[in-house]
Design a binder for this molecule. Sequence first.
Ligand SMILES: [Zn+2]
Length: 279
Amino acid sequence: MPELPEVETVVRSLAPRLEGRRIVEVWGSGLPLRLARPVDLRHVSALCLRRRVRAVRRRGKYILLELGQKGDGGGDAGLSVHLGMTGRLRLQPAREQRAPHTHVVWTLDRGDELRFVDPRRFGSVSPADSLAALPELAQLGPDPLSELDERELAARLDGVRAPIKAFLLDQRRVAGLGNIYVCEALHRARIHPSAPASRARGRAAALLAGIRGALESGIANRGTTLRDFVDSNGDAGGNLAALLVYGREDQPCLTCGARIRRRVDAARSTFYCPSCQKR
Ligand SMILES: [Zn+2]
């Protein structure tokens, strides 16, 4: 599932090619996406047609397309796109065949198409007259790269009895992390994944450094591709080889040489080093 670095990679590959382009047509498959909800194509069309893409941004794991043109004032109408498990946003020449499982297509000026492709349909495309008012965005916690500091993280950890791994996966507490980068961050911070979150309070600086280190590695390598992830050009990411623990069960820890362990809780795999990350 794409996490913050993969979404950031899509945004960076998309922004220079999409910003300033005018949308001239919108098409949708009509099939339901996340939570069995079809895309509200009428609202999408009303927002997009004859408008320009003013900016492409990221918030947590959401891709935001801000729409508008000169004279629109300070509004923040736009689209919020979540890639779910297998979603892709591709910018391709209109003459190239559409991939199977294409669910939304925005035809742009000068003959290109922005395409949302999602075989498993856990992704979403939400139109909004005000992006700031979208509930899914309003409830997100701070972005660990730009909105979180050591004091804020310590305050959020205070009194939380849930395991630190569950804390970091909760998008309302910190936005953008998923299973891969949580495992990586906790390893870098030398914190056991099932330690109570409140106990990591005194290690907030190390934890924040671990989170940022793991995310920045992912971004520098243009995302982790386990199976599906590609950027808007269709290129896979190169971060798999840079992962320290995720997917490395029984291999030697790159820090201490002990064998990396895998455990399964809540149907998710957790990878950690039992020697570097003591309980
Ligand atoms: Zn180790």
